[in-house]
Design a protein around this ligand. Structure first.
Ligand code: GLV
Length: 329
């Protein structure tokens, strides 16, 4: 062990290693990611010891994780906190081996909000301005102009108004789209029409010609966009999912696309990733697919965020980004 405090001390928010160099274990998905994080964390925290998860890794004070190998928490029983190497923590909160009182921090923005805003702006613009028509015309060598329709006539709804959702909403509003945002609890944002649970989802969906799904996957959002919810969107609406595949019922989405109730969908996330080769989404003419890249973790920035938080924890402070387990994000 590395001289960690007991769980009871941790529970009181006492720093586990206020006067020592922390050991940080990395449980990431690839050797490349491990190398990048090791280098970035070593630069941001020169006194820290960075190790990689393995059966004989030393006991660590903190962990940086993204879908670690099974048995991780049994190998590291003395952690004071865990840092997810991304924004979503659904994969961590559904791990039955996750210790109940272990604090979890998620990356807040860390360079991802800008990427997501760009992704959604690109898809919303492409849909609204019908650039697909010009792509098709180029393939046929056709020179034909279509009338201009102002983006003011295409309302966009952003479901989930956390750091990512807010950045998406602001980017789309700046492009001239009327934007409405939906969050659990009330928000007030200049230039954005704000909806929350007290209004219910239906009036929000009814006015969303483009729906951006940007909320975390929680028990409350799993399968939320089923046939009933999708039918509440205006006819010919476009769906963009940059959150998690499990928020949308795939069969319901396919049925809505097949019938033309929805004009199209840009999907970055799927229930099964990589998306199985035989999945209908791959060949559906109304579906656009990207391989979960709408917001790629920027390791340098994220490592600096983790380093700042470790320093704060060492001083007995509570950093931002702490996951509220009762809300599951
Ligand atoms: C990516 O999906 C993330 O949660 O950061």
């Amino acid at each position: 062990m590395t001289g960690l405090s007991s769980g009871a001390e941790r529970g009181r928010g006492v720093s586990p290693r206020a006067n020592a160099s922390p050991t940080i274990v990395l449980g990431l998905r690839s050797a490349d990611a491990t190398q990048e994080w090791t280098q970035a964390l070593s630069e941001a925290l020169p006194h820290a010891r960075i190790v990689t998860d393995s059966a004989d890794a030393p006991a660590a004070d903190y962990a940086v994780l993204w879908r670690p190998q099974p048995g991780f928490f049994a190998r590291q029983p003395g952690l004071a906190a865990v840092f997810a190497a991304g924004a979503g923590v659904d994969w961590l909160l559904t791990d039955p081996t996750l210790p109940a009182a272990l604090p979890i921090y998620r990356i807040e923005d860390g360079g991802m909000a800008e990427q997501m805003a760009a992704y959604c702006a690109h898809e919303a613009l492409r849909f609204h301005y019908r650039y697909d028509r010009y792509e098709a015309q180029q393939r046929e060598g056709v020179w034909q102009e279509w009338p201009y329709v102002s983006p003011a006539r295409c309302a966009v709804g952003v479901f989930g108004m956390g750091k990512m959702g807010e950045a998406i909403a602001r980017a789309l509003a700046a492009l001239g789209f009327p934007v409405r945002g939906y969050s659990r609890s009330p928000r007030a944002l200049v230039g954005i029409e704000c909806f929350d649970d007290s209004h219910g989802l239906e009036p929000f969906l009814q006015g969303a010609q483009v729906l951006v799904v940007a909320a975390p996957l929680t028990p409350a959002t799993r399968n939320l966009f089923d046939a009933t919810r999708l039918a509440q969107l205006p006819r010919g609406a476009f769906l963009i999912n940059v959150a998690r595949g499990d928020l949308v019922v795939e069969e319901a989405l396919l049925a809505a696309l097949d019938s033309g109730a929805l004009a199209g969908a840009a999907l970055d996330v799927f229930r099964t990733e990589p998306l199985p080769r035989e999945h209908r989404f791959w060949t559906h003419p109304r579906v656009r697919i990207t391989p979960h890249v709408a917001a790629i973790t920027v390791v340098s920035e994220s490592a600096r965020q983790v380093a700042r938080r470790i320093t704060q924890l060492g001083l007995g402070e509570v950093p931002s980004g702490l996951v509220d387990r009762s809300r599951a994000y």
